[in-house]
Design a protein around this ligand. Structure first.
Ligand SMILES: [Fe+2]
Length: 325
């Protein structure tokens, strides 16, 4: 993996500090500048790991991020979130968890001038940590809160946009308590059987020439899982950091013209090229959970330019947020 971190000032010297943002180019493999200028192409932005909460200036930070999105030229067609929009529902009371969803929805409704597509992250799953006494009998237990608060019939779905198909997947699944063998006991990452069957069926029915994008929260494949400060061994990748279906999904995606697999969760940026498939693990809008940069990666979001022929360009945009102390 080669990661080239080059920064260029996008707005120039006259920009104010609050408005300054930079592209952090992650250059690996074939990539062409012409992608963003193809008149039949389009742009979207990937905002992941927002971790909204009233504390640490997070609402102001998200508004600053959305203001930067609004200034992009060319303008994105939509915002695709990558999960962990709230901080958090996994380990909070019903009232707190719901209030964070409401806060997120209000900011997006008031300040995102684009359609927003929602992806589930581990921090959206209500009550799975078992720490605040939340009972499975709660009417919004688990992923029901996510569906209810975003008015979604389920946690995974697809949509088409300008000749591309997008699969929004849910790779956050319940872990099993080793003592009692009862789920949920936190989470692990895999695609459950009904979702995998739906995905395989839909990919088979998709026109073969139609390029596709997959987004899920926990990376299907990423080198960042070795950068968690625990001196990881490649034989022992924890599946709360990386999807245990990596090999099967990579093969499936390569067979069906899936060009891009986007994720978040790690709050770090990398890009892995496997045949025609690009894995992008994107940095976090919240950086280090609104406490500053995380492992060298500033608060930011991904800018994706897609061309009708399946070519794509990814850049990481540092929107210039400075953490509140
Ligand atoms: Fe996160």
């Amino acid at each position: 993996m080669k990661t080239t971190l080059t920064r260029r000032n996008f707005l120039g010297a006259s920009a104010t500090a609050a408005a300054a943002f930079t592209f952090r180019n992650i250059s690996v493999g074939a990539e062409t500048e012409s992608v963003s200028t193809d008149p039949a192409g389009f742009r979207f932005v990937h905002l992941t790991d927002i971790h909204i909460a009233p504390e640490k200036g997070a609402p102001e930070g998200l508004r600053a991020c959305l203001a930067t999105v609004d200034k992009l030229d060319p303008k994105p067609d939509f915002i695709l979130t990558g999960g962990d929009n709230v901080m958090d529902a996994l380990d909070q009371t019903h009232q707190r968890a719901k209030s964070l969803y409401e806060l997120f929805n209000k900011i997006m409704a008031d300040h995102a001038g684009l359609p927003v597509k929602i992806c589930l992250g581990n921090h959206e799953v209500f009550g799975w940590s078992n720490k605040k006494g939340v009972k499975p009998t709660d009417p919004l237990y688990g992923k029901k809160m996510f569906c209810e608060m975003h008015d979604l019939p389920g946690t995974y779905y697809r949509f088409d946009h300008k000749g591309w198909r997008f699969y929004v997947l849910d790779d956050v699944q319940p872990a099993v308590d080793p003592a009692t063998h009862n789920p949920p006991f936190g989470y692990v990452s895999y695609i459950d059987r009904p979702q995998m069957e739906w995905l395989e069926r839909d990919l088979c029915e998709k026109p073969a020439a139609m390029p596709a994008v997959v987004v899920c929260h926990i990376p299907i494949f990423s080198m960042t899982v070795f950068e968690d400060g625990k001196d990881r061994d490649a034989r022992n990748v924890p599946h709360d950091l990386m999807c245990r279906d990596a090999r099967a999904l990579a093969e499936l995606f390569n067979r069906h013209n899936v060009k891009l697999a986007l994720s978040g969760h790690m709050h770090q940026v990398d890009r892995v090229q496997f045949r025609d498939l690009t894995f992008v693990c994107d940095g976090a809008v919240s950086g280090g959970w609104w406490g500053g940069s995380f492992r060298g990666f500033e608060e930011g979001f991904g800018i994706l330019d897609l061309a009708p022929n399946g070519n794509l360009r990814y850049r990481y945009c540092d929107y210039g947020w400075i953490a509140r102390k």
